[in-house]
Design a protein around this ligand. Sequence first.
Ligand code: PGA
Length: 255
Amino acid sequence: MPDRTPLFAANWKMHKTVEETESFLGDFLSNPPDPVADVVICPPYLSLGPAIARCADTPVGVAAQNMHEEPEGAFTGEVSAPMLVELGVDGVILGHSERRQYFNESDEALARKVPAALLAGLEPILCVGENESQRDSDETVGVLTRQIEADLSEVPEDRLGDVVIAYEPIWAIGTGRTASPDQAQEAIALIRGMIEARSGEAAGRVRILYGGSVKPDNAAELISQPDVDGALVGGASLDAEEFASIVRFREHVAR
Ligand code: PGA
C-alpha cells in the first residue's frame, strides 16, 4: 500500500484577527511540528498574507477556506484561485458543510471549483459528509456517493489523487460527538472505493481526512485507522498547544 503522509489542517472558520493569527503562529512554530506529517493552517482571508509571511521557511502550509470557481469577474465579495496563488496560498477548503448549509454551496459549483483549484496549483480539500437524520435513516452511503460523484465529476483521472478529501459527518462538527474510529474508517474506506472505481492509482494516493470534534485525546485512535490519512480540525485548532498535540499523534500511539 502506498505510504500516504498524514495531513492535519486547522480550519479556523471565522476566528482570529491578524494579530491573533500572528500570536498563534508564534506559539505554534516555536515547537516544530512532527516532520513526517503535513500541516496546513486555514485562517480567514485577511490573515492569509500574514500567515504566509510567518510560515515562510517552515514546513507549515497555508490554505484558504473557500474560493470562487471563476478566475475573475463580476462576483462581488468573492476571491479566485489565481488571487490566492499570487499571495502564496497552498490549498483551499471546498464544500465545507457550513458553506453548503449557510451559503448555498452547491455540488454544481463544487464540480467547477475543484478542477479550478487544481488548475491554478492549489491543493483542494473537499469536504463531504452526511447529517444526523441522513445517518439515522441509513442514507450515509447515498449522500457520500452523490457528493463524491458530483463534486469530482470534472476532475480528470490523473489528477484525482491530488485532491484531499475530508469526511466530516455534520453531526460530529462542533458538537463534541466524534465519529467512532470504526465509523470514520468505514466511511473513508467507502470513499476510497469510489475513487478506486475511477482510478486505482488515485485511490492509493488520495489522502482522506476525518473531521468532526477531533481533539488531542481521540486523534491517535482515529488516525491509526488504515484509511484515515489525517484530520481537519476546527475548534481544537484554535489553541496552538492543542493543535500541536493533535499533529504529534504518534506520541500518543507510542504510549
Ligand atoms: P470541529 O470542526 O473540529 O470543531 O468539530 C471541524 C470542521 O468543521 O472542519
